[in-house]
Design a protein around this ligand. Structure first.
Ligand SMILES: Cc1cc2nc3c(=O)[nH]c(=O)nc-3n(C[C@H](O)[C@H](O)[C@H](O)COP(=O)(O)OP(=O)(O)OC[C@H]3O[C@@H](n4cnc5c(N)ncnc54)[C@H](O)[C@@H]3O)c2cc1C
Length: 457
């Protein structure tokens, strides 16, 4: 169960962006009782550790904290249970089960867990990060799907909270499971979850629409919601600098949907719009495509949409999901995962661009994101050749200023990636009363503070 020796641990102590902080030890439990044994030992030894799922989180929360001699409890072998209850429209799954495998099995029953992202996370990791993704506008975040959890507390007894319920209605008192959803691995170890799942989308219509400015991005979204809310499944933005990076680093197998000349003449914003339905009637596909064409036509007649490309969903989504990898290849970067009320999104974006120009004069700005739910991934990229110390200085100053700006805009410094050492400085700015309440919870569940890369106190 335990892996010792530095080379063996690289997989577990290097994060998705390649940042490494060596683990003191790695344990790979196979189920609940293994997790409890590890916790009892860690409690007795005061051995700190982080829980790790698929290790796709970008805020350093699932790898040991630098300088803290932490171990890793990897949940990758906790995969024994996947129980689909079709009449109840739920699935009960072990924490280490990955999203893609879960969805393959669900699809055989006409069902899906409609969390969509460019990575393949674990059930436990999605619960702990309260993953959002590209279809949140229609299906909500992971919290909306969690009906029950089994959680091991990092206390002397490795107490198990038996909250693994399959109920959609349950008001027997405060609902403790919500404390662990989005807790970023700081309060307990999720060993299994009951998830409410949805009927599989049978027909999907997608388009990329070009939009000139932020006001028009929001106007077109309002039109779509007014006319097709029940079918609107995604509204994803790629700004011009992001499109340029995708064009430059286009992964093999992905087709650039525009004429080659368009790489130097791209619109300020491209929006990926998706409509979908679970209605399997044969003629539904055509009506859905017709609906999308009509709506794009209306947006165009109103002057909000300047161009449009209709294409196979897989092709257009591949382009969208290529964004972060393409930007990553442009140079050392800091990625901010922000959200603000939708109505303020583009005003805040203008402020962010001005702030980057002022605080990080050597850097470039690019962004993309789930604008349909007020999310924006703001990426700041430095020249490869810039001296690391100078770059680090600029990055620290920028982080500070950005968190200040986003707090003033009543936004969130972590929209969907959770809390980790990467964004902890913003967490430390929360109101003292909120932090006191969180510290009290931490002391209750984790009295020796052995769990997690971030200490909530
Ligand atoms: C290319 C790419 C695209 C992405 N797109 C999105 C996106 O669109 N939306 C989005 O929300 N996220 C996105 N992410 C982030 C990431 O995939 C999610 O946060 C994911 O849910 C993390 O799950 P994981 O299993 O990889 O968890 P890990 O990365 O292993 O861990 C993440 C956090 O969960 C905790 N944790 C893991 N398992 C457990 C457990 N069993 N019990 C308690 N705590 C646990 C860890 O301690 C850590 O705090 C993306 C990541 C990548 C690399």
């Amino acid at each position: 169960m335990l892996i010792a020796g530095r080379d063996d641990t690289i997989r577990y102590d290097t994060d998705v962006l390649g940042r490494r902080s060596p683990a003191s030890w790695v344990a790979r439990p196979k189920g609940l009782e293994d997790v409890r044994s590890i916790v009892r030992w860690a409690y007795a030894e005061r051995a700190e550790f982080v829980v790790q799922g698929a290790n796709t989180g970008p805020v350093l929360a699932g790898v040991p904290r630098a300088g803290r001699h932490q171990g890793v409890v990897s949940m990758e072998l906790c995969r024994s249970m996947i129980e689909i209850d079709v009449p109840n429209r739920t699935v009960t799954a072990s924490a280490g089960v990955d999203l893609d495998s879960l969805n393959v099995l669900l699809a055989r029953n006409g069902l899906t867990l409609p969390i969509d992202l460019g990575a393949n996370p674990s059930v436990g990791g999605m619960v702990a990060a309260n993953t959002g993704g590209a279809r949140l506008i229609r299906h909500g975040d992971v919290r909306r799907h969690v009906l029950g959890l089994e959680v091991v507390l990092p206390d002397a007894h490795a107490t198990v909270l038996p909250l693994l319920r399959r109920l959609r209605k349950d008001n027997r008192g405060p609902d403790l499971k919500h404390l662990f959803i989005g807790s970023s691995g700081t309060l307990g170890i999720v060993t299994a979850a009951v998830l409410s799942v949805d009927p599989l989308a049978r027909h999907v219509a997608t388009a990329l629409v070009a939009v000139h400015d932020g006001d028009d991005v929001l106007r077109f979204l309002t039109l779509l919601e007014a006319r097709a809310m029940e079918h609107l499944a995604a509204y994803e933005m790629l700004s011009r600098p992001t499109l340029e990076a995708i064009a430059k680093h286009l992964p093999s197998g992905i087709r650039w949907p525009f004429e080659p000349s368009r790489t130097s003449d791209l619109p300020p914003f491209l929006i990926l719009v998706e409509l979908s339905t679970s209605d399997s009637a044969n003629d539904r596909h055509q009506t859905l495509e017709d609906d999308l064409t009509t709506l794009v036509g209306e947006g165009s007649a109103l002057g909000w949409v300047t161009d449009a490309w209709f294409g196979r969903p897989a092709t257009l989504w591949a382009l969208r999901h290529a964004a972060i990898t393409a930007l990553h290849q442009e140079g050392p970067m800091v990625a901010f995962d922000l959200s603000v009320p939708r109505s303020q999104l583009f005003e805040t974006r203008d402020q962010i661009i001005a702030l980057v120009a002022g605080s990080a004069p050597h850097a470039r700005y690019a962004d993309f994101g789930h604008v349909g739910d007020g999310g924006i991934h703001s990426i700041v990229i430095w020249p490869q050749e810039m001296h690391a110390e100078r770059r680090d200085d600029e990055q620290d100053r920028l982080r500070d200023a950005m968190y200040h700006l986003i707090a003033a805009a009543d936004g969130a410094f972590s929209a969907e990636h959770g809390l980790g050492p990467e964004n902890e400085s913003a967490f430390r700015r929360s109101s003292p009363d909120v932090r006191d309440a969180q510290a009290a919870l931490k002391a209750l569940f984790d009295p020796r503070r052995i769990l997690g890369a971030v200490d909530l106190s």
